[in-house]
Design a protein around this ligand. Sequence first.
Ligand code: ZN
Ligand code: ZN
Length: 355
Amino acid sequence: MRAVWYDTFGGPVSVREVPSPRPAPHEAVVEVAATGVCRSDWHAWQGHDPDVSLPHVGGHEFAGVVAEVGAEVRGFRPGQRVTAPFVHACGRCAQCARGDHQICARQTQPGFTRWGSFAEYVVVDHADVNLVLLPDALEFTTAAGLGCRFGTAYRAVLRQGRVGAGDWVAVHGCGGAGLSAVEVAVAAGARVVAVDVSAAALDLARALGAAEVVDASIDPEPAAVASVVHDLTDGGARVSLDCLGSPATCAASVLGLARGGRHVQVGLLHGGATPVPMDRVVAYELDVVGSHGLPAHEYPAMLGLVTAGRLRPDRLVGKLIDLADVPNALAAMSPNGPRLGLPGAGMTVAVLSQV
Ligand SMILES: [Zn+2]
Ligand SMILES: [Zn+2]
């Protein structure tokens, strides 16, 4: 099969022929129809993720058709349209027994702990636990974003953030996860303040229903950003999400909260310590929680809202590319890379087939 492959961190990325996978007894092999290109894939390529070993094939948010299932798989068969979360849970550990598959102690992750979906075929571990059937009307290109950014945002806003109608919600970082969070929070009836350094990202956030936007490039100091958020929200946000994952956005998010507010850390923080302003956490009695993906068993509720038109992940798809363009899309995320992939201005999706 064709796959986007590299054997050095930060080095050349190329499309080449590699052996197609065969399923172990509990696995399914999915023919990839579409796969999102996410900032986490860039981090993996740059060597920021200790789970990645070389050579590697990235890609962790995908949709496609079941091609083959292992002997122990009962609930799925070839030909079904499916997706899966980026966390493939074991289904048996203590966390899984509680339903917390997204923090499974024995999880695998395509594109990180094993080869991923920048390829014609990808393996889904413990297929009966992790595969999700797609509604017929949901396009593969839209479904490709559910496994990472949209599903993650859905859980971060509604489950971990407990956002309700009328709440002021701040979203720091309006890339894929952040824009998804804006959309989910708006659908929940919240008033959203979107924060980013990119005017294009803020325009998209406004188009998705953000009531206010803050251009953090004007004064990126966390205290300055937080001060603007306090002014716009009449005393601070009820819930605030750091969807980028940097020391600055994390601090700005915590500092922008109202008393008794709740910070949700969504963006992965790579490398180094992140100083959380714990003095404020104490003085304002803030909740600080993490959010990590969405378990497969929570997909039906989300897909129901998508089918009903109350959530519109299709609006987050920005640019459609071929598998052969994935190396360029990754390079475009580098600070001095070519401006091709427009990270932060809609989701880039590689389309492999229309199966
Ligand atoms: Zn588990
Ligand atoms: Zn991702």
